[in-house]
Design a protein around this ligand. Structure first.
Ligand code: 13P
Ligand code: SF4
Length: 304
């Protein structure tokens, strides 16, 4: 990316002067993912890694809930997000008042909240989960019924894997993954016989049912790099395939994929600006942060 070399060089220098690290989600564009990022991963890995950051400043190249989670887990650090508008349709689908309403309607039923939510929603929850550990978190509760919110499709996909627990949910969806259909998968299989299909669990259950494997973005990456399919379709955000493709030229990445407009708000330009100006700082009110942190820490204590 010669045109971007200036920004890359400036960011690398700023990271030193600011004593900053850049945590980037797997959906970040290759020119961010492969150049300036110190730690890359899925939501679960970014949360775990945020705890261990020693630097003064964390720049979260991802979406707002990820920056909030980093702040919850490492509150002494300055956590920056280069564009405050980088939201998430799942996080926008539910409020803290909604969760209190569910608590009243279903007394005693544990509330498992996807990390793709605001700190205020996490604060009303018993435990969080990501797409990488949702099954383990549900099983760890040993409860006959759980509420898994706000991602309806993730809850339905977990329900298939944990039939012994009744999973109640909420009507939130990821605007990127809800667009995929079983017809997309059938078409790609017809055009590319033998293709391996991997779907993120935020996809509708009838899409996941047509896939060969489903898992978090990191699990998808591991599957591809270990099994090394000749042709693969990653039914998820487009940068995932682009990021793996670079190191694996022997694997052919086939469409469809969709772009997340929130993830794509990150750019080398605004990462540079964030480090130059120390904006935009993500903070969480301390009382609320304490309750939200407890739900995230309960999740991190669950091991497969
Ligand atoms: P994971 O990286 O945890 O699989 O999450 C996907 C996602 O959509 C994050 O916004
Ligand atoms: Fe949210 Fe979906 Fe974008 Fe992830 S891909 S940030 S779940 S809208």
């Amino acid at each position: 990316w010669p045109a971007l070399a200036d920004d890359v060089a400036a960011i690398l220098e700023l990271k030193k002067t600011r004593n900053a690290v850049i945590l980037a989600h797997n959906y970040q564009a290759p020119e961010i993912f492969h150049t300036v990022s110190d730690i890359v991963g899925d939501s679960l890995a970014l949360a775990r890694e945020a705890i261990n950051v020693d630097a003064d400043v964390i720049v979260l190249a991802g979406v707002h809930f990820m920056a909030e989670t980093a702040k919850l887990l490492n509150p002494g650090k300055t956590v920056l997000i280069p564009d405050m508008r980088a939201g998430c349709s799942l996080a926008d689908s539910i409020t803290a008042a909604d969760v209190r309403g569910l608590r009243e309607k279903y007394p005693g039923v544990p509330i498992v909240t996807y990390v793709n939510t605001s700190a205020a929603v996490k604060a009303e929850s018993d435990v969080c989960c990501t797409s990488g550990n949702a099954v383990d978190v549900v099983r760890s509760l040993n409860a006959p019924r759980v509420l898994m919110i706000p991602d309806e499709f993730l809850a339905q996909n977990v329900q298939v894997l944990v039939p012994e627990v009744e999973i109640l949910t909420w009507a939130g969806h990821c605007e990127v993954h809800e667009q995929f259909t079983p017809a997309d998968i059938r078409e790609v299989r017809e055009s590319y016989p033998g293709v391996t299909v991997i779907a993120h669990p935020e996809c509708p259950p009838d899409v996941v049912a047509e896939a060969d494997f489903s898992g978090s973005t990191a699990m998808m990456m591991n599957f591809v790099t270990q099994k090394r399919p000749r042709q693969v379709v990653l039914v998820t955000e487009c940068s995932m395939g682009d990021n793996i493709a670079q190191a694996n030229p022997d694997i052919e990445f086939i469409k469809p994929c969709n772009l997340c407009p929130h993830m794509k708000r990150m750019s080398l330009k605004n990462i540079r600006h964030a480090l130059e100006t120390l904006t935009h700082e993500v903070t969480v009110e301390p009382e609320l942060a304490g309750r939200a942190r407890a739900a995230v820490e309960r999740m991190l204590a669950v091991r497969p």
